[in-house]
Write a protein that binds this ligand. Structure first.
Ligand code: HPA
Ligand SMILES: [Zn+2]
Length: 337
């Protein structure tokens, strides 16, 4: 589908703040990694993989996403996965990305933490050299696992604390409230790491409140269900809390039943600092510009500019870099036909 905003979106400088690098594993790459690592995968071909990507909730997706990650074995795999994501992101004029990784998905299969993180860092360095796109890493804890496992992962990460911007929280939300990880997040903050968490994707507004009060998050991932609670919306707006919203993910996981009724417009109207992101682009049908286009019919050009500005304002870049990116957006918007 094309929209009147397509060309404007394509050229708009933007940051991506909600991207699971394991979720950028395209079906073709899955086969290539399976072949070179001699790993069996339960699919005959790429079409069979795509046909399996029909989800009715978050857990349906997670089951297949963790299975897909089995093909990732070596530092080279993690590096190649990362450079491929950044090649696509750069083509969407993403100038900066803060990417999630799920170490426990790999260390629980016997892949050393260092193999994962060194591969990702090599890919990020290569992307910066190739495209000038800057990058940060966010270590996510799997919330369906216990607090002790998260503490063990935080300890394993110690040699790389200076290379990791933040900790995050992902995987199965309902039944695994933020409170379960309050002590781990506190420990991470002592080591100078920032904090983000998925909340309010499937979980209730109270999980968003816990993420604020108990995890002291710097950014809220998804946050859709916060809209059910007026007091919470007012608080998020007053705090200028960044929400990393993922339209195609919301639709694929049935968080939103119709993209034409996606709440992005309501979020902006409430004064929330919303951003647009791709979450798991290989599984949800599109990269960041596809996500912008999915909600563009609901928005005017000034709102698209606000979304792009918000992505840098909500990033972990320093003030001088944020200012440079905001000036680039304003120059682009002023010059666009
Ligand atoms: O959208 C998501 N939600 C929770 N966990 C995840 N892990 C990858 N993507 C997601
Ligand atoms: Zn996510």
């Amino acid at each position: 589908m094309t929209t009147p905003h397509d060309a404007f979106i394509a050229g708009l400088p933007k940051a991506e703040l909600h991207l699971h690098i394991e979720g950028s594993l395209e079906p073709g790459q899955m086969f290539a990694f399976a072949r070179r690592n001699r790993v069996d995968i339960p699919f005959a071909d790429v079409e069979a993989v795509r046909a399996a990507y029909d989800f009715s909730n978050l857990q349906d997706f997670l089951d297949i996403y963790y299975a897909g990650a089995e093909v990732l074995r070596t530092e080279e795999d993690f590096r190649d996965l990362t450079t491929a994501y950044f090649d696509r992101a750069a083509a969407d004029n993403v100038r900066h990305a803060e990417i999630f990784f799920d170490p426990q998905t790999h260390t629980d299969r016997g892949i050393p933490f260092g193999v994962v993180v060194e591969g990702l860092l090599a890919g990020m360095a290569e992307a910066e050299a190739r495209h000038g796109v800057t990058a940060r890493l966010i270590l996510c804890f799997l919330r369906h696992l216990d607090e002790a496992a998260a503490f063990a992962t935080l300890a394993e990460a110690e040699p790389w604390y200076h290379r990791i911007a933040a900790v995050g929280l992902d995987s199965s939300e309902v039944g695994h409230p933020p409170a379960k990880f309050a002590r781990v997040f506190q420990a991470a903050s002592v080591h100078g790491l920032k904090r983000v968490a998925h909340a309010g994707e499937e979980g209730p507004p109270d999980y968003v409140r816990e993420a604020l009060d108990l995890l002291h998050i710097d950014r809220l991932d998804h946050g859709n269900r916060a809209l059910e609670d007026k007091t919470l919306v007012t608080r998020l707006a007053r705090q200028a809390m960044t929400l990393t919203v993922c339209p195609l993910s919301n639709h694929k996981l049935c968080v939103v039943d119709d993209l034409a009724r996606h709440p992005i417009r309501a979020m902006l109207d409430h004064g929330l600092r919303a951003t647009i992101n791709s979450d798991d682009p290989a599984y949800f049908g599109g990269y960041v510009n596809d996500n912008f286009r999915a909600v563009a019919p609901l928005l005017d050009r000034a709102q698209l500019v606000t979304l792009a500005r918000n992505s840098f304002l909500g990033s972990f870049l320093d003030d001088a870099a944020v200012t440079r990116h905001l000036e680039a957006i304003d120059a682009y918007a002023a010059g666009a036909a």
